[in-house]
Design a binder for this molecule. Sequence first.
Ligand SMILES: C[S@@+](CC[C@H](N)C(=O)[O-])C[C@H]1O[C@@H](n2cnc3c(N)ncnc32)[C@H](O)[C@@H]1O
Length: 266
Amino acid sequence: MSIKLTDKEFKLFKEYIHKISGIHMRAEKRVLVESRLAKRLRHFGCASYQEYYQLLQKDDHEKQMFIDIITTNETSFFREPHHFEFLKQIVLPACSSHVRIWSAACSIGAEAYSAAMVCDEILTPRRINFEIACSDINVDVIKTAQMGLYPEKFTSQISQKYLKKYCLRGKGSHAGHFIIGEELKSHLLFRRLNLLEPLPNDMGEFDVIFLRNMLIYFDGPEKKAIVENVSKRLKKGGYLLIGHSESLFNITDCVKQVKPTIYTKL
Ligand SMILES: C[S@@+](CC[C@H](N)C(=O)[O-])C[C@H]1O[C@@H](n2cnc3c(N)ncnc32)[C@H](O)[C@@H]1O
């Protein structure tokens, strides 16, 4: 018989998730929390969610595992394509030296590699170097991003021109997958970061920051804290990109809107 998550236990996990990631777990996510954690209960042989909760408090490795399980990492290559057009048509042609981009909630890296393909196409012929910093709170997705190995179904999101130039068909144990070419990969740097925590001093500033489809999981005060934290790393005149269902209206005026979902720092 499956173990049920009680109201009290859901409240306990909801508060804990908020404490460690800032994410606001709405009531409708209860079934999701229950089913995702059920596997961990089975793994440890816990008789209740409360028992797993106690175990979690004492085990840092499991704490990261918990974050990896609880976060939603849905993504795709060239998601919300108008941002990549904006990069290609407006941002990159105006750059004259080393370009720095940050994919701040990068998930498995599809967003970062999409940006890298556009940068390589526009900047490399002009002999302008570029780097893409990639970060996420979830270490599991960062490992996938670092490998740059994806199921073939993702190829439908990438143009034939880019597929030919930047992706290789997987062979042997990688059959049914494609892998990002080493040259393109070499422009990406990965690290685990919680965007609600102070950011490392060595990060520097960026020309463009992708902060897309992440703010939806947070309430007003956390949204404000994240946007202001991240925007500190945006160069003056640089661009902050958010997801199509997100808005900074009444959240913060540390950046100014130039187009829907596109902001700049004055
Ligand atoms: C839905 S994915 C978005 C991926 C990509 N930006 C896109 O638009 O396709 C949201 C990502 O935010 C990450 N995330 C959630 N809370 C975070 C936090 N506090 N700090 C950093 N990343 C976080 C999740 O792990 C997840 O990979």
